[in-house]
Design a protein around this ligand. Structure first.
Ligand code: URA
Length: 271
């Protein structure tokens, strides 16, 4: 065994907490990465091992090797550049927002807010915004990082709306919705639009501009009569009643993380 390097008696001894931390770093502590990934819903242990072997998993920015041990409370674990939600204390709620409720954490006029409809602890924030007169699916979370990625102004995840408008759209008007509409803050990005019933449009956009859907329909001369958000990225729920909420399942959290990463890749941005 090699002798330890001679210590210089003039060197002050590191404080005890630093010595303990160093000892801790040298221990094979933590949990195996594939086990942590599997527990967050990325698939079976075997699937997670393959993800690692394919070099798609990083820990604190470095490509991870099989058998790597991690501390999920402090290590940043990412799959395809998207953080894996393993940090304890993070909650993700899906709310079916009724009309008349405002999407702020606190309303200055004392109106009911979306935050009043979900548990008060831990404190959560709405992911993006629905107008007071818009209904439908809204995520709330204390995961600021995911919120930022979902609501990115130009490449956030897709949001799908059912829009009841005055009158019915012609084929040309539907095409304009798809190709982009000139609004006062610029052209809208290409969207998906169809009219399953005359006067009811299914519209999918990934931008998050203020009152965007209403303004797009106004620009075509078909004001919105009713606006319901039916999907946020991969998250949808036809049985959640207005005013009700539930937690996202592990699979939904994973799908959301994947959707955010895919969207960022599409725009060639680090997610
Ligand atoms: N677009 C709108 O115009 N309003 C909403 O609430 C959401 C999208």
């Amino acid at each position: 065994m090699m002798a330890p390097p001679p210590t210089d008696p003039r060197d002050p001894e590191p404080p005890l907490w630093e010595q303990l931390a160093e000892q801790h770093r040298q221990l094979p502590g933590g949990e195996r990465l594939q086990k942590v990934l599997a527990s967050t819903g990325w698939g079976s242990r075997r699937v997670c091992e393959e993800l690692i072997a394919e070099g798609r998993v990083t820990v604190n920015g470095e490509i991870a090797v099989l058998g790597r041990r991690v501390d999920p409370t402090t290590d940043l674990i990412e799959v395809d550049h998207a953080p894996v939600g393993v940090k304890p204390g993070l909650v993700y709620y899906l709310l079916n927002k009724p009309t008349g409720v405002v999407t702020t954490a606190k309303d200055t006029h004392g109106r009911k807010t979306v935050v009043d409809l979900v548990p008060s602890e831990p404190r959560v924030f709405p992911v993006g915004r629905l107008d007071a007169d818009t209904e439908g699916l809204l995520l709330l979370t204390n995961d600021g990082d995911l919120t930022h990625r979902i609501t990115h102004p130009s490449h956030g995840v897709e949001k799908e709306y059912l829009v009841h408008v005055r009158g019915r759209l012609s084929a040309g008007e539907l095409r304009r919705l798809r190709e982009g509409i000139e609004l006062e803050d610029g052209m809208t990005a290409p969207a998906e639009a169809s009219q399953p019933t005359p006067g009811v449009i299914r519209l999918t956009i990934h931008e998050g501009r203020n009152r965007q859907v209403r303004r797009m329909c106004d620009a075509l001369g078909h004001p919105v009569l009713r606006l319901v958000r039916t999907r946020v990225g991969p998250i949808t729920d036809r049985s959640l009643r207005p005013g009700d909420w539930r937690e996202l399942s592990t699979g939904e959290r994973r799908a959301l993380t994947e959707a955010v990463a895919a969207q960022a890749r599409r725009y060639d941005q680090p997610s």
